[in-house]
Design a protein around this ligand. Sequence first.
Ligand SMILES: NC(=O)c1ccc[n+]([C@@H]2O[C@H](COP(=O)([O-])OP(=O)(O)OC[C@H]3O[C@@H](n4cnc5c(N)ncnc54)[C@H](OP(=O)(O)O)[C@@H]3O)[C@@H](O)[C@H]2O)c1
Length: 300
Amino acid sequence: MRILITGGSGFVGQALCQRLHEDGHRVLMTSRHPSRILSQLPSDVEVRRWASDFVDLPPEAIVNLAGAPIAASRWSEGRKQELLESRLEITRDIVALCEQLQVSQGRVPDVLVSASAMGYYGDQDERDVSEETPPHDEFSHQLCRDWEAAASKATQFGTRVAILRLGLVLEADGGMLAKVLPLFKLGLGGRIGNGRQYMPWVHRFDVVEMILTLIQRNDLQGPFNGSAPQPVTNAAFTRALAKQLGRPAWLPVPAIALKVGLGEMSTLLLGGAKMLPSRFQEAGFTFRFSTLGEALDDIL
Ligand SMILES: NC(=O)c1ccc[n+]([C@@H]2O[C@H](COP(=O)([O-])OP(=O)(O)OC[C@H]3O[C@@H](n4cnc5c(N)ncnc54)[C@H](OP(=O)(O)O)[C@@H]3O)[C@@H](O)[C@H]2O)c1
């Protein structure tokens, strides 16, 4: 298949690109810096600036991963706008590609798999969270809601749309683990706040499998929680990571310090959702890594 990835240079996108390439698919990619990333990619990957630059090389599937990193800096009003616009601009451009292909060729991509996040649900305390759970209205929800709504517009042109609400993606070379590992290795890790907030996690291997499943199974559409079936609290995550590294993790980070230091962005660390992959399980998806212990064993 010809598969277009936006954000293919990122933490999830690189692993996906490698897997698609190994499986014999033709990979197309968008990037803000096509010439900079070309040297890191297999030679037959075609990189262009926008999805709508691919009218002459129409993809059969699109995977939408691009967006400014959520936790890179404090959420000022300007930064919130940037987090939203960086996603909406690219997603609207994908929909524009679908429209152009329908008009010019009468054939659109079969499927769009568009990323979203557990943040869709906002803070949910300790209740179980399926795809049906009503969200808590806060910035992370508004961001994911608007991003998902923009992607869903591709259905107007006949493209099947599946939304992947990702939990914390785990692998050693990026994401949240790459940020906390140095501290934990020094024995400076600790739970955040009271540690009772849930951290739905997912091994990057299973994220790639989820994306492949959503591409291949034309009976799957709408939102899918992209996290392992056994989410853990922040305190349990902290204990598991410290145990895996054989280091102590006795230094809790007080909630008040995060609220003062990070402002509204502290909700990312102090809130959470016990997100469960209900629709993937109904669809018969098999997780390679169901427990955090198995995932950390593999990664570390
Ligand atoms: N990793 C996680 O734990 C996690 C959890 C929940 C949701 N997600 C979501 O899943 C998607 C993929 O995650 P990831 O960790 O692979 O993302 P990532 O590595 O942070 O970024 C993906 C790509 O987005 C592009 N990008 C970065 N800043 C941008 C900006 N200001 N404007 C437009 N494009 C920009 C970059 O591509 P170029 O530089 O090549 O343009 C980058 O490679 C993201 O949208 C993320 O929000 C991730």
